[in-house]
Design a protein around this ligand. Structure first.
Ligand SMILES: Nc1nc2c(ncn2[C@@H]2O[C@H](COP(=O)(O)OP(=O)(O)OP(=O)(O)O)[C@@H](O)[C@H]2O)c(=O)[nH]1
Ligand SMILES: C[C@H](OP(=O)(O)O)C(=O)O
Length: 203
């Protein structure tokens, strides 16, 4: 089984530009990556990182500037057997959530992300392919159906919570004590709870 974690190391998390400088976005990306790798390795897996530019982490890294769809579809085409792809921006991920991704006996297992993305998948079908971005979970359900794959989905908040927008940072401080949460606290971020609204402040 091949398990790959793709990372945009070049100019990551541009949707966080309003709250993080470019160097901070790279550091935060590496902190989230550390949390993802920790969960995968604790679950007994040996992930490989494929990054568009060098990133610091405790796993083997291949630098490859292919776009996400090209990279993952090439991996699918060349993998004989099971391929899993887990995104690098899932700081709430735990070993138990990882186990749930691999548990279903299906040709394709999809982990939907908040906002309609696809935060992780496992493919055991030779013809499954990806089409990321733009509510990709809908595309991946369709592709799996069109190739006749038996599909399962994992309903997991810990797998579904990817950090894209500034509003997502509150989830990290609310629910994690990992590297990404530590990085945010060290950078001066704190939760701001105002009646029903929970946001983050950086005084
Ligand atoms: N290897 C590789 N990984 C990518 C690429 N684009 C995105 N990723 C990774 O795929 C995951 C989901 O992508 P996004 O949420 O769009 O991440 P991003 O591109 O850093 O964020 P934005 O700049 O805000 O779109 C993240 O873990 C990214 O690091 C790519 O072209 N190549
Ligand atoms: C890669 C992409 O991430 P998003 O832009 O949805 O966070 C997706 O999951 O399709």
């Amino acid at each position: 089984m091949r398990l790959v974690v793709p990372v945009s190391g070049s100019d990551p998390k541009t949707r966080l530009s309003s709250v993080l400088r470019p160097d901070e976005r790279r550091e935060f990306t590496e902190a989230m990556l550390a949390d993802v790798l920790d969960a995968l390795e604790t679950a007994g897996h040996s992930p490989r990182v494929v990054a568009t530019a060098p990133v610091a982490c405790d796993a083997p890294v291949t630098v490859d500037d292919r776009g996400l769809d090209s990279l993952v579809n090439d991996l699918l085409a060349e993998t004989d057997g099971e391929l899993a792809v887990v995104m690098a921006d899932l700081p709430l991920l735990t070993a138990d959530a990882v186990a749930r991704l691999f548990a279903p006996d299906a040709d394709v297992v999809l982990a939907p992300g908040l906002g309609g993305g696809t935060n992780a998948f496992v493919s055991r079908h030779p013809d499954f392919r990806v089409d990321y971005h733009g509510a990709s979970i809908r595309d991946h359900r369709r592709v799996a159906r069109d190739v006749g794959a038996a599909v399962a989905e994992v309903d997991s908040r810990l797998l579904a919570t990817d950090v894209d927008e500034p509003g997502d940072l509150a989830e990290v401080l609310l629910h994690s004590d990992g590297a990404a949460a530590d990085w945010l606290r060290d950078a001066g971020f704190e939760l701001a709870v105002d009646e029903g609204r929970v946001t983050v402040d950086r005084p």
